[in-house]
Design a protein around this ligand. Structure first.
Ligand code: TA6
Length: 313
């Protein structure tokens, strides 16, 4: 089905719902929803929540102004879904890494897995009440050279006073598999100087910028240099406190015990795709995840659900 037919079919199914529109951004189809509490835009590619803002407030999610909205490349921003591995496959636990057949040298293994670049199906859009709209998107994965394990992913997005995201993973094949995953949430902020990240004080973390050395700090995280830190088994919600926007965004994980803190800062910003050189001043990634020792082993027919809730106060 071509783009036009897909859009027509989506409009026929959901276009009559209050506050729901189907939009085309160059090569990518998006569903925008607006209710009395908030608005959001979700792209079918990667089931990527690209925008979320509460009515009358500033965007909660950061989205690059340099996105090119081309098929096959996830947008820079919003909440990309990293699955069935996180980051560089080589940095994943052996139990995850050894599932990936040694591909020929010409076949590069994409960072953050492959589902963020694929088109998901929109299963449903439901107006729960005047302040809550729920969308469900799914991706059926057949065994492939890159991932020999049939799987079913479903993303449930609840747009309202809070943004609640749940990803369910089901093993639909005949062999147990193990995956790591992250909801790679890009948060919008006033400017890095006016912000700090609270809730990770006293936790050890891997500093991926210093050969994964284990470090710990008892102070809130200032955003004043490149940050690429992986925290394990975090129990508290994490908060981005933003003095300039006079708000705090609370990131509450569900069944996702790990958290990645990332800001590319000056030098890496210049090397990133679809990322303006000074964009590091307006964003921070706080990524709820299942990584390293918390990679999840799923036997045939079993499922797991994990996610994140963003609230503003
Ligand atoms: O989550 C942090 C990270 O792994 C960084 O190391 C950086 O690579 C970032 O993800 C963005 O990755 P991407 O593949 O989206 O450019």
């Amino acid at each position: 089905m071509n783009l036009g037919d897909k859009i027509q079919a989506l409009y026929a199914k959901y276009g009559s719902l209050k506050g729901v529109t189907v939009e085309l951004y160059k090569q990518l189809i998006a569903i925008s929803v607006k209710n009395e509490a908030a608005s959001a835009t979700i792209f079918l590619q990667g089931a990527q929540v690209a925008e979320y803002k509460r009515i009358g407030e500033r965007p909660v999610l950061w989205l690059s102004e340099s996105c090119d909205y081309k098929a096959g490349k996830s947008l820079r921003g919003g909440i990309p879904i990293c699955w069935p591995w996180f980051g560089d496959i080589e940095r994943n636990p052996d139990v995850v890494k050894h599932q990936i057949p040694q591909l020929t040298s010409e076949t590069s293994i994409p960072a953050h897995g492959f589902v963020r670049d694929q088109e998901w199906a929109l299963d449903s859009v439901e107006l729960i009440d005047s302040e809550t709209t729920q969308l469900v998107l799914s991706l059926e994965i057949d065994a492939s050279e890159l991932w020999p394990y049939p799987s079913l992913l479903k993303l449930t997005v609840s747009v309202g006073v809070e943004l609640d995201i749940k990803l369910s993973v089901t093993n639909t094949g005949s062999e147990t598999f193990c995956f790591s995953s992250a909801l790679h949430t890009y948060l919008n902020l006033g400017t890095v100087e006016s912000c700090e990240v609270l809730g990770l004080e006293g936790y050890e973390y891997f500093d991926t910028l210093d050969d994964w050395r284990v470090r710990k700090s008892n102070r809130p995280i200032a955003i004043d240099k490149e940050l690429d830190q992986i925290y394990s088994n975090v129990v508290s919600p994490v908060q981005l406190k933003d003095k300039q926007f006079n708000r705090a965004i609370t990131v509450t994980a569900s069944n996702a015990p790990d958290l990645v803190v990332w800001n590319p800062w000056i030098d890496k910003s210049k090397r990133l795709s679809h990322f303006d050189d000074d964009a590091y001043k307006q964003m921070i990634c706080l990524e709820t995840a299942r990584l390293l020792d918390n990679a999840e082993s799923l036997s045939t027919g079993s499922s797991i659900v994990f996610g994140v809730k963003l609230s503003v106060n």
